[in-house]
Design a protein around this ligand. Structure first.
Ligand code: PMP
Ligand code: GLN
Length: 380
């Protein structure tokens, strides 16, 4: 058996959701909205299914969705991609696996930032890569030039960037993007950019892809997810975008992971990507309102809420909230004693974790957020 997997625990998202189901807790842990999602996108998926779009589509994705992704990024992010540079995957999770397996050879060093999304490290290790972890510190969670330089060597091959950043709710700054671009170019490294949260950005801020920086167009793999863009996390339709020389290798890895992705859901995602700017603005405004509702409610209960300008998540700082417990103990107490599930942020560290921060998902109906807040009046 492979030691990477025998040593691995179950992902924190599944663990906390299973505990929430077992206890009847309100689940503000795993990130998924409790609304229905856009009706017209659902209808398009149903139409495609009923009209018979149910056999294997082309391995790299339907031409319609590949074109829709390229068009979408032209309109929303100023990128000039051809449909041949888009490969459709079964969620961003599969895109991450395909990209990491395609690009990492045994002994290659991969620079990643902690807190890190929990799929990255096991995939890099399974590919034989060597993780070079750069630790980010609350409350700003910023990448510094010195920390990045300390992670470099002549075996640096890849950088994995998640922006907007789950679990922190931050967006890479122009200075951080410039730093990363310089780093990749000077070390001849490829960047895998996990941008699944690209549309869930607040306060008038805008996401910028590392791919748009000078010199990065042909050394970036940009990953997206329809699940996040349309608030339909169970759909597992994602994609990776890269210059042809990289895309052809990514496709080789993809063909033996899932080969393809349900064509009816690809049709629905393609339809949705063509929605007008008002749809995306409304979605952002809705989530921003939910963020503000939960932040205000937590503040009134004496919790210290860290700033969140993107993603479905906000964090509380336990120490500043006057709670002496660590994040794992507090999350366990909260689910068992108050009936609210959260995610302890130490789960996003491979070593030397920050243990005083807990993540809550605000992508919920007002009534759900209010019910969770009422339960959280009980404090340890
Ligand atoms: N990357 C990040 C940073 C995520 O937060 C998520 C899911 N929330 C994923 C990847 C996986 O996306 P998908 O559900 O499309 O596989
Ligand atoms: N990305 C989601 C989160 O951060 C969970 C995804 C999953 O459960 N694999 O909560």
């Amino acid at each position: 058996m492979n030691p990477v997997y025998t040593a691995l625990g179950t992902t924190i998202f599944e663990t906390m959701s299973a505990r929430a189901r077992a206890t009847g807790a309100i689940n503000l842990g795993q990130g998924f909205p409790d609304g229905r999602g856009p009706e017209d996108v659902l209808a398009e998926g149903a139409r495609a299914l009923l009209e018979g779009s149910n056999q294997y589509p082309p391995m790299a994705g339907t031409p319609t969705l590949r074109q829709a992704v390229a068009d979408h990024y032209r309109v929303h992010q100023g990128l000039d991609l051809s449909p041949d540079e888009v490969i459709v995957t079964s969620g961003a999770t599969e895109a991450l696996a395909a990209a990491i397996f395609a690009l990492v050879s045994p002994g290659d060093e991969v620079v990643m930032f902690q807190p890190l999304y929990d799929a990255y490290l096991p995939l890099v290790q399974r590919a034989g890569g060597v993780a070079k972890l750069v630790r980010l510190e609350p409350p700003e969670w910023r990448i510094t030039a010195s920390a990045l330089a300390a992670a470099a060597s002549d075996r640096t091959r890849l950088v994995i960037l998640n922006s907007p950043l789950n679990p922190c709710g931050t967006l890479a700054t122009p200075a951080e993007l410039a730093l990363l671009a310089d780093f990749c170019i000077s070390h001849n490294a490829i960047a895998i950019c996990d941008e699944v949260w690209e549309h869930v950005v607040f306060d008038g801020l805008a996401h910028r892809s590392l791919m748009t920086l000078p010199g990065m167009r042909d050394r970036t793999v940009k990953i997206g997810s329809a699940g996040k863009i349309f608030s339909l996390t169970g759909w597992k339709v994602g994609w990776m975008c890269a210059a042809p020389a990289i895309a052809s290798v990514l496709a080789k890895a993809h063909q033996f992971l899932t080969f393809t992705t349900p064509p009816n859901l690809q049709a629905a995602a393609a339809f949705g990507l063509g929605k007008d700017a008002a749809y995306f603005a409304d979605m952002r405004a809705g989530y921003q309102g939910s963020r503000d509702r939960l932040a205000a409610g937590l503040g009134a209960l004496g919790y210290a809420v860290l700033p969140s300008s993107a993603t479905y998540f906000l964090n509380i700082d336990l120490t500043a909230s006057g709670i002496a417990m660590g994040d794992v103990a507090f999350a366990a107490w909260l689910i068992e004693e108050a009936g609210v599930a959260t995610i302890p942020v130490s789960a996003f560290y491979a070593e030397d974790p920050v243990t005083t921060v807990v993540r809550l998902c605000f992508a919920k109906q007002d009534a759900t957020l209010d019910a969770a807040l009422a339960r959280m009046e009980k404090r340890p």
